[in-house]
Design a protein around this ligand. Structure first.
Ligand code: BES
Ligand code: MN
Ligand code: ZN
Length: 488
C-alpha cells in the first residue's frame, strides 16, 4: 500500500535537497537573500508570470536544487496546483523545503497546499522492480506556524484517508474480493464499532439486492456497517456502492467498458475512508458508514434479466438489466439506514451511471437530493474542498419510467418511453428507499477515476468524496441540530 511523505510546518528553513520559493504575479522579488540570483531578470527571461504551479529552475545553491514556484493568489485552489507541481518535480529527491515566508498563507491555502503536496506525491504500483518513492520529508516554512498547525494536521489526516481510498480502488480485482474489502475496512477502522454481515446473515435479514447482485460470483457479498460516535444528537449515514468488479453480469459489458470496473467500489472506499478521517479528527458527530459490497459476475448462479427480487424492507424490483446493479445494492443500504438506523440524513456515494460523466465530464460529480438545505451544504463543501459537484434534477415526470406491472419497480427506465436521463432515473430509483428522509445521492462515475496525473490527482483511483464529505461533516458538526424531518 502506498505511503505518503511526512509534512510539517517550521519557522526556519531546514537543509533540504530541494528548495522552493514562491513567485506571484506582478510581485517578483522578495527573494533576494533567500536565493542568491537576480530573480526579476530570471523570471522575465523565462516569461514566468507567477501563475499557480508554474516552475522556474533557479541556479542550484551547492548541492541544493532551487525552484521558483508560482503561487498565484495563494488561495486554496492556487496552492493545491502549486503543491502538486513542486511535489512532482521533487519526486526523486529525499527532502523538500518550501520557504513561504513571503506569502500571507491562510488556513485554506495551507489545506490546498497540503492536498497538492501529499496527494500529488501518491503513487500505486505492484512492480517489484519499482523504486520506492524517494521524497520522504516535506517542510513548509511559514511566518505563522501556530496559526496554521490545526489546518495542516487536519489536511494531513484527510490526505491519508484519501490515499487509503485510492489504494482500495487501485487494488486489482483478483485480490479485491468482497471478503477482502470487508477485511480491509475492519483494519482501517480499528477502534470503531464495525460489523461485517456475511452472505448467510444478509440472506436471513433480507438484503435481497446485495444477494442478487453477488450470487453470480463464487466470491460472496458482504455489508460493512461501521459507526463512529463523537456525540451530538444527529446521526449521519453514508452509504457506499462497493462493486469490487462490475462485468455487467448476464447483461455483460463490452471489454472496453469493463477494464476500469475495479473502480466500481469507489463509493464504498470513500465512505469508509471518510469515517476514518472523521474519527481521527474527533468530530463531534455520529456517523455510520455502510458499504454494500458484491462482485457482479455472469455465471450459472447469476441473476437473470426479468428476475424479480425483494429489497431490504420488502420493495420488489424487476431486474431488467443486471448491469444496473449499483442501485440494487444501494437500495438495501438506504432502506436499512431509513428503517433501522433512523438516520437524520442519508448520503449515498456511487459510481452509478456512465451517463453522469457524459453530462458533467470527468471532474464533476452529480448531486441529487430531496432537500434544498442539504444541497446548499454539500455545494458549499464542494467549493471549499475542491471536489466539485453540480446539482441535478429529480424530474418527477421521469418517475413513470420505473413503473413495473410485475413488481413495485423496474431497475432501469422503460426504454419505450424514450425519456433518456439514465442518471436521473437511477437517482429516482434510490429515492424510493429513503423513506422521505433528507437524502443526497452523489454519482461519482466521472471523478472517481483519473486517466492520468492532473494537479493533485494521480492516474487511477482519485479517492473522490473523502475531502468533500469530511469538509461537509466538519461544517455540520459545528452547527446546532434542527430536528425537523424536512431539513438536514
Ligand atoms: N458501474 C457502472 C457505471 C459506470 C460506468 C461507472 C462508467 C463508471 C464509469 C454501472 O453499474 C452501470 O453499468 N450502469 C449502467 C446502467 C444502465 C444499464 C442502465 C450504465 O451506465 O450503462
Ligand atoms: Mn453495472
Ligand atoms: Zn456498477
Amino acid at each position: 500500500m502506498a505511503s505518503l511523505p511526512t509534512l510539517r510546518l517550521s519557522g526556519t528553513v531546514p537543509a533540504a535537497a530541494v528548495l522552493a520559493v514562491p513567485t506571484r504575479p506582478g510581485e517578483p522579488t522578495e527573494l533576494v537573500g533567500v536565493v542568491p540570483v537576480e530573480v526579476t531578470g530570471l523570471l522575465a527571461r523565462e516569461k514566468a508570470k507567477g501563475e499557480p504551479g508554474e516552475l522556474v529552475v533557479a541556479p542550484a545553491v551547492g548541492e541544493q536544487r532551487v525552484f521558483l514556484l508560482g503561487t498565484g493568489d495563494a488561495s486554496a485552489a492556487a496552492m493545491r496546483k502549486a503543491g502538486a507541481a513542486i511535489a512532482r518535480r521533487a519526486k526523486g529527491s529525499a527532502s523538500l523545503a518550501l520557504d513561504l515566508r513571503a506569502l500571507e498563507l491562510s488556513p485554506e491555502g495551507t489545506q490546498g497546499l497540503a492536498d497538492g503536496l501529499l496527494l500529488g506525491s501518491y503513487g500505486f504500483t505492484l512492480k517489484e522492480s519499482a523504486e520506492p518513492r524517494t521524497l520522504q520529508d516535506i517542510t513548509v516554512v511559514v511566518r505563522q506556524v501556530k496559526a496554521l498547525t490545526v489546518a495542516l494536521d487536519r489536511a494531513v489526516a484527510v490526505a491519508k484517508a484519501t490515499a487509503v481510498a485510492r489504494d482500495l480502488v487501485n487494488t486489482p480485482p483478483r485480490e479485491k474480493t468482497p471478503v477482502w474489502l470487508a477485511a480491509q475496512a475492519k483494519t482501517l477502522l480499528k477502534g470503531l464499532t464495525v460489523r461485517v454481515r456475511d452472505d448467510r446473515e444478509l440472506r436471513a435479514e433480507g438484503w435481497g439486492g446485495v444477494i442478487a447482485v453477488g450470487m453470480g460470483s463464487s466470491r460472496p457479498p458482504r455489508v460493512v456497517e461501521a459507526t463512529y460516535d463523537g456525540g451530538g444528537s444527529r446521526h449521519v449515514v453514508l452509504v457506499g456502492k462497493g462493486i469490487t468488479f462490475d462485468t455487467g453480469g448476464i447483461s455483460i459489458k463490452p471489454n472496453d467498458s469493463m477494464v476500469t470496473m475495479k473502480m466500481d467500489m469507489g463509493g464504498a472506499a470513500a465512505v469508509l475512508a471518510t469515517l476514518r478521517a472523521v474519527a481521527d479528527l474527533k468530530l463531534p458527530i455520529k456517523v455510520t458508514a455502510l458499504a454494500c459490497i458484491a462482485e457482479n459476475m455472469p455465471s450459472g448462479h447469476a441473476q437473470r434479466p426479468s428476475d424479480v427480487i425483494r429489497q431490504y424492507g420488502g420493495t420488489t424490483v424487476e431486474v431488467l438489466n443486471t448491469d444496473a446493479e449499483g442501485r440494487l445494492v444501494l437500495a438495501d443500504g438506504i432502506a436499512y439506514a431509513d428503517q433501522v438506523l433512523a438516520a437524520d440524513v442519508i448520503v449515498d456515494v456511487a459510481t452509478l451511471t456512465g451517463a453522469m460523466p457524459v453530462a458533467l465530464g470527468k471532474k464533476i460529480a452529480g448531486l441529487f437530493t430531496n432537500d434544498d438545505a442539504l444541497a446548499g451544504q454539500l455545494e458549499g463543501a464542494a467549493e471549499r474542498s475542491g471536489e466539485r459537484l453540480w446539482r441535478m434534477p429529480l424530474v418527477e415526470d421521469y418517475r413513470v419510467a420505473l413503473d413495473s406491472t410485475t413488481a413495485d419497480l423496474r431497475n432501469i427506465g422503460e426504454p419505450k418511453l424514450k425519456l433518456q436521463g439514465g442518471s436521473i432515473t437511477a437517482a429516482l430509483f434510490l429515492r424510493e428507499f429513503a423513506g422521505g428522509r433528507p437524502w443526497a445521492h452523489l454519482d461519482i462515475a466521472g471523478p472517481a477515476w483519473s486517466g492520468g496525473e492532473d494537479d493533485e490527482l494521480t492516474k487511477g483511483g482519485t479517492g473522490y468524496g473523502v475531502r468533500l464529505l469530511v469538509t461537509w461533516l466538519e461544517e455540520l458538526a459545528s452547527r446546532p441540530v434542527r430536528k425537523a424531518r424536512q431539513s438536514a
